[in-house]
Design a protein around this ligand. Structure first.
Ligand SMILES: Cc1ncc(COP(=O)(O)O)c(C=O)c1O
Length: 411
């Protein structure tokens, strides 16, 4: 059945591509998602979306749990969890025991930040492009410990990796305890040169924590090769698992110092596993962890639907429309249009009298889901493209922008 589905998809895909080069994706792929077809969905970046087979697997796990809760939570579910972690570790290339599943990247950032035992002699070096929730976590932890959170200014548009590294490390000092940086930023949708940052930090002997919320399933990730101390990524965004499924990676040598955010049965466990790290961060109270279990199904879906090609086509569509998007909003690009800096999202700074009203207007009046986000004193609009999007989705957006400009003071 799966093979037939795959063959039909491939055939459709080929015919569709031949018929309409602008409209890169086969309609059958759109049918694989549960998204409301009355809405032009240009915001995959915020919370992803699960394809049908993955979501069905999720519901099947939930039913299995409800039928036999004790056996599922304490026994069978743990086996599925291990299988999921093993599949994920192959996908991102690290040892399975070095990652734990967590609800979201905020959870991982909190766990690590609170384990660092910061004091007044410490600084966390970061950029002014980070995600608001992470900024808030670092502000909170640093303030409580007398440490300093340094948001180093990065010039936009980005130019190249060397300039980026130079600007970031202007903020380094003898007090720098950790470099914290996004792999792909949220409001500005930029792939940052984390490999070059990791290399420089290693030369200086400073540990690195990468916030890769947007990375798995979006751009290739090889944790072993990156060789940083800490990494977190969301599976529910671009890997398309159900929501509330993410991971935290900690290098082996630091695992015994990375304490559980919620202390429960996993701490001083009655029947410890071979890894305190796994026990501490896995057994932390009753919860529905079925979203964690769907990683193998998501990977299978990506294989069945040739997600490498889907991603390539999506990146192409992102870039093809970038100039028109920027021009429509009387703005400019935030980086060169290359795979080094741009993936399946593109953002530009906009001038608007009311960002929240603009977002609501786009959704309520034009049925377009696209984020309009404040970042410090700036506002950005960002589109995401995935396999179910077509050129028509972006045409809808361009028409809406034109209409709003002609008929309101919002733009
Ligand atoms: C760069 C970045 N970091 C972290 C997160 C994680 O947010 P949360 O923990 O709320 O899922 C996001 C979510 O969009 C993000 O874009």
């Amino acid at each position: 059945m799966k093979n037939t589905r795959h063959f039909v998809y491939k055939l459709n895909s080929y015919v569709h591509l031949r018929l309409n080069l602008n409209n890169m994706h086969a309609p059958s792929l759109k049918d694989q998602f549960l998204l409301n077809d009355q809405v032009t969905f240009l915001n995959f970046g915020s919370f992803g979306a699960s394809p049908r087979p993955v979501f069905e697997k999720y519901q099947a796990y939930q039913l299995e749990m409800e039928r036999d809760p004790v056996q599922f939570i304490t026994n069978r579910g743990q086996t599925y969890l291990k299988q999921s972690r093993t599949a994920l570790s192959s996908f991102i290339n690290c040892d399975a025991d070095d990652i734990v599943m967590v609800t979201n990247p905020s959870y991982a950032v909190n766990t690590i930040a609170k384990s660092l035992n910061l004091n007044a002699d410490d600084e966390i070096l970061s950029t002014d492009l980070e995600y608001g929730a992470c900024d808030r976590t670092w502000n909170f932890v640093c303030k409580n410990n007398g440490a300093k959170y340094i948001r180093q200014k990065i010039s936009l548009p980005l130019k190249d990796a060397d300039t980026f590294v130079e600007e970031l490390f202007k903020g380094v000092s003898a007090k720098t305890k950790l470099v914290f940086i996004s792999h792909i930023t949220s409001t500005t949708a930029l792939i940052l040169p984390v490999e070059a940052v990791a290399k420089k930090a290693k030369q200086l002997g400073i540990p690195v924590f990468i916030d890769g919320a947007h990375v798995p399933g979006h751009i290739p990730l090889d944790i072993k090769q990156l060789d940083v101390e800490y990494y977190t990524g969301a599976c529910h965004k671009w890997m398309m698992t159900p929501k509330g499924s993410s991971f935290m990676y900690v290098k082996k040598s630091l695992q015994s110092k990375t304490f559980p955010l919620v202390v429960s049965w996993g701490y001083e466990a009655m029947f410890p596993s071979n890894s305190h790290y796994q026990d501490w961060h896995t057994m932390n109270g009753t919860r529905d962890y079925t979203a964690f279990l769907c990683v193998p199904e998501s990977i299978q879906f990506m294989e069945d639907y040739d997600w490498k090609s889907v991603a390539t086509n999506s990146r192409y569509m992102v870039k093809e429309n970038a100039h028109q998007f920027a021009e429509a909003l009387e703005s400019s690009l935030l980086a060169p249009l290359t795979d080094q800096f741009i993936g399946q999202m593109l953002a530009v700074e906009i001038k608007t009298s009311d960002p929240e009203k603009l977002y609501r207007t786009l959704y309520d009046n034009y049925h377009i889901e696209i984020p309009v986000m404040r970042h410090d004193d700036k506002v950005f609009m960002r589109y995401s493209i995935n396999g179910f999007n077509s050129q028509q989705d972006l045409e809808n957006l361009f028409m809406a922008i034109k209409d709003i400009k002609n008929n309101s003071t919002l733009l």
